[in-house]
Design a protein around this ligand. Structure first.
Ligand SMILES: [Zn+2]
Length: 298
């Protein structure tokens, strides 16, 4: 297995994967935060699984992401206490198992919508990167409506835009989901607010440079009142995203400068990132990030 990926899987297996710590999923509490009259955040604690956005109103219920299969009953309970009724639409920000892992539980009664490559990767049986599920996914776990660049919902008095920003990024099928009237955006894992560097799923063509450029684009699409739901971690604002962008872009510039002097990946990992990044200690670690950036640079 690729070195950077093995580091990733060790981390995520201990951090998220149900087959390692299934019993701990029983202890997960979903915290509900009201962000506007129509939009709510479901944040898991401990953070097994990605954040969920819930849109409710007179037309029905739409959600973004569904965490992991063992958490689907808790998700249903949490949504029920916001508003009883069926979940009409389920949007997937990307295909990873901690965001789309509950699809099979919802797909019979909810219409799943995602970028075309989310369907492709789920149909391949991928969980994340080179990790595959055993056997085949049931057909109800797959999106039934897909898009390439952008689509919109007019639902509950809210315009909801799903946008695949220009570049492959965290994966090859990431969306950001804007709730326009509420000024809320769900970023998927292009932004993880856990004080670490990004994970890049290079097995499906993800790109560190693409992620940087997408985040720059995203910053131009929001304002200081925008409430940002990251893929994981607490609710954020534009300042937080600007700090994240600076960490991403400055670290890429550092790695690029060293690569341009002829240094190998291992040599740069040995040098490590400079002091300005010493506080960036969360998921994902610097050496892994260097391993994502280096092969992506010219
Ligand atoms: Zn992800």
């Amino acid at each position: 297995m690729h070195k950077t990926l093995s580091v990733f899987f060790i981390l995520t297996m201990f951090a998220f994967a149900p087959w390692i710590k299934g019993q701990e999923l029983d202890s997960v509490v979903l915290h509900t935060t009201k962000l506007s009259d129509t939009v709510y955040l479901l944040l898991p604690e401990p953070g097994y699984g990605g954040n969920i956005a819930v849109l409710v109103g007179e037309d029905g219920i739409l959600i973004v992401d569904d965490m992991l299969m063992p958490l689907t009953n808790k998700i249903r309970d949490a949504i029920e206490s916001i508003k009883p009724g069926p979940i009409t639409y389920l949007l997937n920000s990307h295909y990873h198992y901690d965001h789309a892992g509950g699809n099979a539980a919802f797909g019979n009664t909810s219409t799943i919508v995602a970028h075309t490559n989310v369907r492709k990767r789920l149909a391949e049986g991928r969980e994340a990167g080179s990790q595959f599920i055993e056997g085949q996914r049931p057909k109800e776990a797959l999106p039934v409506i897909t898009f390439e660049q952008q689509m919109s919902f007019y639902w509950n008095g809210e315009i909801v835009d799903l946008i695949h920003l220009d570049n492959t990024s965290h994966t090859d099928g990431d969306s950001v989901i804007f709730f326009r009237d509420s000024n809320v955006v769900h970023t998927g894992d292009q932004y993880v607010n856990l004080n670490g560097f990004p994970f890049i799923d290079r097995d499906v063509g993800g790109s560190a440079i693409g992620l940087r450029d997408n985040i720059r684009m995203l910053l131009s699409m929001i304002d200081h009142k925008t409430q940002i739901i990251p893929g994981h971690g607490p609710l954020a604002n534009k300042n937080d995203l600007q700090n994240y962008y600076k960490i991403v872009s400055d670290s890429i510039a550092f790695i690029e400068a060293h690569k341009n002097t002829g240094k190998s990946l291992e040599e740069i990992q040995e040098i490590g990132l400079p002091k300005q990044f010493s506080e960036v200690t969360g998921f994902m670690p610097a050496a892994t990030w260097i391993g994502f950036v280096y092969p992506d640079l010219p």
